[in-house]
Design a binder for this molecule. Structure first.
Ligand code: 4AD
Ligand code: MG
Length: 477
């Protein structure tokens, strides 16, 4: 007799074989039918027990959430809703679950409630599906880059540099409360701290990834990043995972091609590897949409959206064109935007991004050539002297999925830019070295992994696509 998981058993094409398996009870009805799930698939397997020959004591312990082991015969199911079932000959309760205390009942729970029980929510259909898709997506990410000769680089998590220059870093220190040494001018003396300087958790691995691109040609990171931005939105986390490819001798056009091809490829591979979970999530979203007013409902189902993005070209539009479109848009003229667009140079808010993607173009959009003033110091200055070779990939329902750029490879231009933006040249001496020794055109981007998981699973809140979300006022678990 072989131990198989539910996913394997449900695929079985021969009956009457003896099987044994372990899992958790989802439901138990009529003292006979156990819906058993072991996490290998969204689907449960029905286990039919011979209740006349099962002690009362055991029957009582078959409750939602209990861990059990069963042995039995695989049979064609008599009942509706499943093709196979297990006729149980032996059952063992491995771990009880007191039904009066177990928070995850076989009914619909709100996502808020489940967030408070994040240690148990992965036992539900929705979260198990989301987390399996997340896992497969991360594999697809590595597969995409590995098959194209990118080198996976692990960049430091503790760093002295603020790559994005936005001042949104979490400090990393070993100083105890009130015990930090103070310098003569009254500041904390980080020269006495663990690293001998002020350090923080990284906001991006890009700058270090560039060192690898300039030696190995193609590199990518896929690791945790941290941002202390106080934004309580459905798209921001304080701790999130970012994928950052970086490629030597590639310009911005190549960067746009790479981002688009990458996203389409991973979506295509998920459409194949996560069929059952996506079918479930598609149904879930369709149900959820039904509770919305007609006008707010999505025109496409989840699967249609995924196929649409995988099959259609992203629209490429310059920032300047986008500003024209926005300036002349209905919501702008009717003063419906919270931040009206009146002139070139304005930073785009998510309401503008979503207008472009959801109302105007109705497809993913790559905006490029942004004003230098609203972008990071490392982006390559265009000949117009006022725009940089930046790009953002904007997605329906999500907004910014990707931010990237062709990097400033000219030493003097970069130094001038760092001075103008108050970036410490001494701290980034090694970054400047890349421009001194064998500098070359190079580009890369960062994709927020959770936003990709959000899009793929149709989950509205980013807190529901990462196992244990870190957000302002929340670091439970
Ligand atoms: O646009 P960002 O800030 O770009 C960078 O960090 C560059 N260094 C990337 C690069 O060129 N290598 O962030 C990149 C992406 C965003 O487009 C977004 O998807 C995601 O990271 N992101 C967040 N995701 C969740 N929570 C947050 N607080 C995020 N901030 C950015
Ligand atoms: Mg950005």
């Amino acid at each position: 007799m072989t131990t198989k998981n539910v996913a394997e058993i449900l695929k079985a094409d021969s009956f009457l074989q003896e099987v044994q398996l372990k899992g958790w009870v989802r439901t138990f009805r009529s003292n006979r039918f156990i819906a058993l799930n072991d996490g290998s698939t969204i689907n449960n397997i029905q286990c039919v027990i011979d209740f006349e020959n099962t002690p009362e004591e055991t029957l009582k312990r078959i409750t939602t959430g209990a861990a059990i082991a069963v042995k039995g015969t695989l049979a064609e199911s008599q009942g509706k809703g499943q093709s196979v079932e297990i006729q149980v000959s032996e059952i063992e309760i491995l771990g009880d679950s007191n039904p009066d205390e177990y928070p995850i009942q076989p009914k619909k729970h709100s996502f808020e409630f489940l967030r408070e029980n994040a240690h148990l929510r992965v036992r539900t259909n929705t979260f198990s599906a989301v987390m399996r898709v997340r896992s497969k997506l991360s594999f697809a990410v590595h597969q995409y880059f590995q098959e194209r000769d990118f080198n996976y680089v692990n960049t430091p998590i503790i760093t002295g540099t603020d790559a994005e220059g936005a001042g949104e870093m979490f400090r990393a220190t070993t100083f105890k409360d009130n015990e930090a040494p103070i310098t003569e001018d009254g500041k904390i003396d980080y020269s006495k701290d663990f690293f001998g300087k002020e350090t923080s958790l990284t906001v991006s691995g890009q700058l270090e990834a560039e060192t690898f691109a300039m030696a190995l040609g193609k590199a990518y990171t896929f690791g945790p990043t941290f941002r202390a931005e106080n934004s309580n939105t459905t798209r921001h986390l304080a701790e999130f995972w970012m994928i950052e490819p970086e490629v030597a001798f590639m310009d911005l056009d190549g960067n746009m091609d790479l981002a688009e091809d990458f996203i389409k490829s991973v979506l295509n591979s998920i459409l194949i590897s996560c069929k059952d979970d996506l079918a479930f999530l598609d149904q879930r979203l369709t149900q959820e949409e039904k509770s919305k007013p007609q006008a707010e409902r999505s025109e496409m189902s989840l699967l249609e959206k995924l196929r649409f993005v995988a099959d259609n070209n992203f629209k490429r539009v310059s920032y300047t064109e986008a500003i024209d479109i926005l300036r002349n848009s209905k919501p702008n003229k009717k003063k419906k935007f919270q931040f009206p667009i009146d002139q070139w140079g304005a930073d785009l808010q998510s309401e503008h991004e979503r207008y472009l993607v959801e109302k105007h173009f109705k497809c993913p959009v790559i905006l490029f050539d942004y004003p230098a003033d609203i972008k990071a110091f490392y982006m390559r200055l265009n000949d117009d002297g006022k725009t940089v070779r930046a790009m953002d990939v904007l997605f329906p329902g999500i907004g910014e999925m990707v931010g990237g750029a062709q990097r400033e490879e000219r030493y003097d231009v970069l130094v001038d830019k760092m001075k103008a933006m108050n970036i410490d040249e001494k701290e980034l001496w090694w970054y400047l070295d890349l421009r001194k020794f064998g500098t070359a055109v190079h580009s890369g981007f960062g994709l927020g992994f959770e936003r990709l998981v959000q899009f793929t699973t149709g989950m509205n809140n980013i807190r529901d696509v990462i196992p244990f979300p870190r957000t302002p006022q929340n670091a439970e678990f």
